[in-house]
Design a protein around this ligand. Structure first.
Ligand code: TRP
Length: 361
């Protein structure tokens, strides 16, 4: 059995730089590494609907936005199967079976879900579907026998639960499902990129995002209003790096080669940081460098996006093909699951024969 990746995103908005450094960039690298036998990237519309039941149009529009973000970031449909969760009903079926293998109190202990419940004011009106989405996520992963789930730290409780559920399934019904491993971002700054306002996390609801689809002008404007060091009042005063957004972003995006190419006076990031903390380096210079660095990533992405935007029916064809492929893979697992669970009545000639013998007068 080979190495299989499954990962995905909720289509609740366009993807931003936080998604890019936290997962998207890695997915493209993994895709091109040739180390995996199969890679599935899922647009989790069912999961998005668990807290957007009254806003289906938002989810519908964002399925396309997220797909365009994937394609522009370099996810290649020839190497990666991009599909939409709702179009693979085998996942929903598996989720139903897996629900029997987990307790309510186990789900109540999920720290990520706990935080999300608070953020959404769901304490007294928690949709059952939302409460259970981690089980559905276990089905997303196990339906494809994924060995590897590249995801952020916040997804660790989901993967842990998936492992428990898969182990429990195999223990009761016989070896069928695969226990996956999470693949976390390697670089600490990439785990949680702060927003342009310096707040803990880049997030749509905080309005502090740079989107992959932002124009060059928008990116420049956002960088120019970025939070830096409030005590760095003149160019000559010593600056602080902690919480300083342009520097945090440089850590996430820039190579020493880029720093040196755009600012030949500096050998790399460390030399730039040293000068800043000593005093004598202005925020404007750092921001301009960051703009140049980001544009090297974003400009080709914008160009690819523009091309795909000229052929939206073609993008839907990519999705349709992905859904067909994903469905085939999940259907194979579900055949095994039903057999293991003894609910494959019509495929079991022995069952019918033995019962016929038993009841015949
Ligand atoms: N819960 C993930 C998120 O909010 C999205 C997701 C759904 C996912 N199913 C998945 C991620 C399976 C990895 C594997 O970002």
């Amino acid at each position: 059995m080979g190495k299989i990746i499954l990962t995905g995103d909720r289509p609740t908005g366009r993807l931003h730089l936080g998604h890019f450094v936290g997962s998207l960039r890695r997915r493209v690298e993994l895709q091109n590494s040739g180390e995996f036998d199969k890679i599935f990237v899922m647009i989790a519309d069912c999961q998005a609907l668990t807290d957007n039941a009254d806003n289906p149009e938002k989810i519908r529009q964002n399925v396309l936005e997220v797909t365009l973000d994937y394609l522009s970031a370099g996810i290649d449909p020839a190497k990666t199967t991009i599909f939409i969760q709702s179009q693979v009903p085998e996942i929903a079926e598996l989720a139903l079976y897996l629900m029997n293998l987990v307790t309510v109190s186990r789900l109540q202990r999920n720290p990520t879900v706990k935080t999300e419940i608070k953020m959404r004011n769901f304490e007294h009106s928690l949709p059952v579907g939302f409460f259970c989405y981690p089980v559905s996520q276990a089905a997303d992963i196990t339906a494809f026998k994924a060995t590897t789930v590249p995801a952020g730290e916040d997804q660790a409780p989901m993967i842990e639960l998936t492992r428990e559920i898969a182990a429990r399934f195999n223990n009761i019904y016989g070896p069928t499902l695969t226990e996956p491993e999470i693949l976390l971002p390697t670089n600490a700054v990439c785990m949680r990129l702060p927003g342009t306002d310096g707040k803990a996390k880049m997030s749509k609801s905080l309005g502090n995002c740079i989107y992959l689809a932002d124009t060059s002008k928008e990116v420049k404007k956002k960088i120019n209003s970025m939070y830096t060091d409030p005590e760095h009042l003149t160019i000559d005063s010593p600056g602080h790096l902690e919480g300083n957004c342009p520097f945090i972003y440089l850590d996430a995006f820039a190579s020493d080669e880029q720093v040196n190419r755009f600012l030949p006076d500096y050998s790399g990031i460390q030399a730039l940081k040293d000068h800043y903390t000593r005093g004598g380096l202005g925020d404007g210079t750092v921001k301009k460098l960051l703009f140049n660095v980001l544009e090297e990533t974003l400009a080709p992405m914008r160009e690819r996006r523009r091309q795909f935007e000229q052929d939206i029916p073609g993008v839907y064809d990519i999705l349709r093909k992905g859904c067909d492929e994903a469905r085939e893979a999940a259907a194979r697992t579900l055949d095994e699951v039903r057999a293991a669970m003894r609910i494959n009545y019509f495929d079991d000639a022995e069952l019918i024969a033995s019962q016929a013998a038993k009841y015949k007068g």
